[in-house]
Design a protein around this ligand. Sequence first.
Ligand code: HEC
Length: 102
Amino acid sequence: MRYLVCSVSGFLLMAFSTAGVAGDVEYGAYLSAECASCHRSGNDDGRQIPSIAGLAEETFLTVMRAYQSKTLENVAMQTIASGLDDEQLAALAAYFATLPTE
Ligand code: HEC
């Protein structure tokens, strides 16, 4: 299952490879390919991964910075957050804020 999801993410990455303006929603959509293997569409799918669709930008940034500083303890999210710079975080925040909650 994990491998199937990875190849879908790879496709998304190619599909969005022309988007590249920092801080904008399309760039966030492109970057979100990395998140989809766990968070799927961004909504809770019952696998104990929290929903991130529709999260307010400020909340999103606060949580991601808490993972970066290791204030929040999830190792997977610490690794992922640490690999993202401010522009990428801003783009992801903008993108996920546009997604509808279920
Ligand atoms: C390896 C699986 C995995 C990947 C990939 C992943 N996440 Fe997560 N994420 C989690 C888990 C598990 C949690 C809950 C961790 C916890 O309990 O602190 C989480 C929590 C979060 C939260 C906090 C939600 C809340 O309400 O507390 C945010 C925001 C988030 N992830 C964003 C992202 C973004 C953005 C990406 C892509 C750049 C991403 N995640 C990629 C597994 C993942």
